[in-house]
Write a protein of this length. Structure first.
Length: 127
């Protein structure tokens, strides 16, 4: 946890909430038949929370945890979408074996006392 040693308690809590949400989202996706290929894939252009495969589909997935599922849905901003799209291009360049797969940008929304909500094609690369 060296990265959060000098961080404020709020940032540490947010980091832990994010990790917990990503673990829940990954488990939820695996139960739906997805295989997780990468978690927290970081590039200079942005980060992808999860990269998952199901048959001939690669899904780049943004995980959002908020107090409600609606709040989580609104938290995927156009700026974030562009960073995820840019990071996905880097992932594809470093994984050319997946270049011919169908691609999709999804979101998994996490909120207390709710089942995760998987938004298929939450946004696309043409935005």
């Amino acid at each position: 946890m060296a990265k959060t040693d000098n961080a404020s308690p709020e940032r540490v809590a947010a980091f832990r909430t994010g990790l917990s949400a990503e673990i829940r989202a990954a488990a939820f996706l695996m139960a739906k038949g997805y295989r997780i290929l990468a978690k927290r894939f970081r590039t200079p252009y942005g980060e992808i929370d999860l990269v998952a495969r199901r048959r001939n589909l690669i899904a780049f997935i943004e995980v959002k945890a908020r107090a409600s599922l609606d709040d989580a849905a609104y938290a995927v901003t156009p700026r974030q979408q562009q960073r995820i799209i840019n990071a996905a291009q880097v992932w594809l360049m470093t994984h050319p074996e997946h270049a011919e797969f169908d691609l999709r940008f999804d979101a998994v929304l996490i909120a207390p006392r709710s089942l995760p909500r998987h938004l298929l094609a939450a946004f696309d690369a043409s935005t």
